[in-house]
Design a protein around this ligand. Structure first.
Ligand code: ACO
Ligand code: OAA
Length: 370
């Protein structure tokens, strides 16, 4: 038995949800470029769960369900108010989502129908949780979701306490489409491993949130913004990047296990970052990001991934850094739950082997003789 570090190149399951072939990302056979330009996030989530783009009545029904499920239990709001203010929003989200299960009487109902409902419910409730956590952290009262708004619209409404502008809603909606699914990424794999024991969907999503939080995965978008803040100005980019490379430190938002010639989602976020900068008459963040990209590409041959330009997009929308990875979760819960439903459909426990490298032939020695 020989281990493959990081399971690189190992095909661990079949899946009909999303694919990456020759650098092209598709959801259910639709190119991500097509979806990013044309689909709404609600249509995308429907596509991931049910395998086809919704008809108008199907989309209306989904939007009604999302609105109906969006409020969260008062008990969970009360708990969130007790969380220490200084913890990361991802840590708080992980606990809050785990708590949501305690107030869902169908949490352990393993029927397909119940699990589909819970997938929609989690999709509806996670934006409400994230917006509430953001407000509580600032000492503000959470705002209840408003009926009839899209997920992107409702999230910004609950965050800001006012009707968001169309440009911000459209930008966030496109970002949600781009982040919705990505084959067997670490958080989706974590979710699938958890439910393959026939544990419940909330446990799967809680595991996935824990995996997404790390800076080598979803947490990289917050790390990118931290880096841009540390750099501070366009003039300082070159010396900052050179220093990092000399110290052999990673530059967050670059590199990818699967894409070696660039992440197809990055160009959409780059364009959005530029357009938002132009609209605000201040392209500093965009210009700094482009300069970082030029340096890393020429010196290391690495290309930006989905997390790199999302940082400047969200900042230019006026969203604080601590919410970047939670926003990733708001989107990716659609993919996680689609994968969890797929795992339940044809389940086998996921239990690989480890190549043992420890000591052997040890004999027990009583404690007072050691
Ligand atoms: C949504 C997402 O999860 S997208 C990824 C988000 N994560 C990041 O942006 C964090 C920065 N990037 C990375 O850490 C990695 O590129 C990962 C985690 C994405 C992929 O990891 P792996 O597939 O294991 O790539 P690996 O770490 O083996 O990289 C290969 C080589 O490129 C280097 N490298 C990879 N990424 C970077 C980076 N961002 N900065 C500097 N060097 C890098 C590695 O040090 C390694 O060099 P070596 O062969 O001299 O040791
Ligand atoms: O697929 C991966 O390894 C990481 C990634 O880009 C994602 O989850 O969107």
């Amino acid at each position: 038995m020989t281990a493959t570090k990081g399971l690189e190149g190992i095909v661990a399951t079949t899946s009909s949800i999303s694919s990456i072939v020759d650098g092209v990302l598709t959801y259910r056979g639709y190119d991500i470029d097509d979806l990013a330009e044309n689909a709404t996030f609600e249509e995308t989530a429907y596509l991931l769960w049910f395998g086809n783009l919704p008809t108008t009545p199907e989309l209306q029904a989904l939007r009604r369900d999302l609105s109906a499920f969006a409020p969260i239990p008062d008990q969970v709001i009360a708990q969130m108010k007790l969380f220490p203010k200084e913890v990361s929003t991802m840590a708080a989200l992980r606990t809050a989502v785990s708590s949501l299960a305690l107030y869902d009487p169908a949490a352990d109902d393993m029927s397909r129908e119940a699990n589909e409902i819970k997938a929609v419910k989690l999709q509806a409730q996670i934006p409400t949780v994230v917006a509430a956590l953001a407000r509580i952290r600032k000492g503000l009262e959470p705002i209840a979701p408003k009926e009839g708004l899209t997920i992107a619209e409702n999230f910004l409404y609950m965050l800001w306490g006012k009707q968001p502008d169309v440009v911000s809603v459209k930008a966030l909606d496109t970002a949600l489409v781009l982040h919705a699914d990505h084959e067997l990424n670490a958080s989706t794999f974590a979710g699938r491993v958890t439910v393959a024991t026939l544990s419940d969907i909330y446990s799967g999503v809680t595991s996935a949130i824990g995996a997404l939080k790390g800076p080598l995965h979803g947490g990289a978008n917050e790390a990118v913004m931290k880096m841009l803040e540390e750099i501070g100005s366009l003039d300082a980019v070159e010396s900052y990047v050179s220093g990092k490379l000399e110290r052999r430190e990673k530059i967050m938002g670059f590199g990818h296990r699967v894409y070696k010639n660039g992440d197809p989602r990055a160009k959409h976020l780059m364009k959005m970052s530029r357009e938002l900068g132009i609209m605000k008459n201040d392209t500093t963040l965009y210009d700094m990001s482009v300069k970082v990209e030029e340096l890393i590409t020429s010196r290391k041959g690495l290309k930006p991934n989905v997390d790199f330009y999302s940082a400047s997009v969200y900042t230019q929308l006026g969203i604080e850094r601590e919410l970047f990875t939670p926003i990733f979760a708001i989107s990716r819960v659609s993919g996680w739950t689609a994968h969890i439903l797929e795992q339940y459909e044809d389940n086998r426990i996921i239990r690989p082997r480890a190549e043992y490298t420890g000591m052997s032939e040890q004999k027990y020695v009583p404690v007072d003789e050691r």
